[in-house]
Write a protein that binds this ligand. Structure first.
Ligand code: ZN
Length: 211
């Protein structure tokens, strides 16, 4: 029996130096191209198509999108800040829809937190749109806990803390923290590797800022 399949192989296109977003330092990179090959008995034979290009830091081995090599440290910080906020926004929305309902207080809390973070006004309609997209993710098993675990690789302690605070404020926007919500926050604490004492302090501070 002939076994024909495909495999992806990475090629180095060029090398150079850049500001690595993960190392936060000037390091060497390899620009790599992943190409799909037709294989026979698992041996790559025929190149099929280019499936992706990425930049790999030779120090930390993390991969980044190719345009990172032209970005200044300042631009990288800004891009990381935006990416963090987009993830935090998605996590807040996942917390909001976790109980199966969306109410006005929750929407208002998210609107206020988005304004606090971005200095930009968002509308309730925009948050509802986000909620629809998040509902699809939730159907595929991407709840706030899983999303946090996968998105938090490069978050600082301060960023982790701010996500817990935001989630607490959204979860309690329309009343007391329900046992299921408390359980979800505890699982987020594990996902973000925050110790119990620190978590208690974050929740205590957040509950004091509630009006
Ligand atoms: Zn690096």
């Amino acid at each position: 029996m002939l076994i024909i399949g495909t495999t992806a192989i990475n090629f180095t296109r060029d090398t150079g130096t850049f500001h690595c977003p993960n190392c936060e330092a000037h390091t060497e990179y390899r620009r790599r191209i992943a190409r799909q090959f037709l294989t026979l008995y698992f041996v790559p034979l025929i190149p099929l198509k280019q499936v992706g290009e990425f930049v790999e830091c030779r120090a930390c081995k993390n991969s980044f999108r190719p345009d990172v090599i032209d970005m200044s440290p300042e631009q990288i910080r800004e891009a990381a800040e935006i990416a963090f906020f987009e993830n935090a926004y998605r996590i807040m929305v996942l917390i909001m829809i976790a109980d199966g309902t969306v109410d006005e207080e929750e929407l208002e809390t998210i609107r206020r937190l988005v304004a606090e973070f971005t200095n930009e006004e968002t509308t309730v309609d925009d948050i509802v749109e986000q909620a629809k997209a998040a509902a699809h993710a939730l159907d595929r098993g991407y709840d706030a806990v899983r999303y946090s675990r996968e998105a938090s690789g490069q978050w600082s302690d301060e960023q982790k803390e701010s996500v817990i605070r935001m989630c607490f404020l959204v979860a309690t926007a329309s009343g007391e923290l329900m046992p299921s919500q408390n359980n979800q926050l505890q699982r987020m604490r594990f996902a973000l590797k925050i110790d119990e004492e620190r978590f208690r302090q974050i929740i205590e501070r957040a509950s004091q800022e509630q009006i």
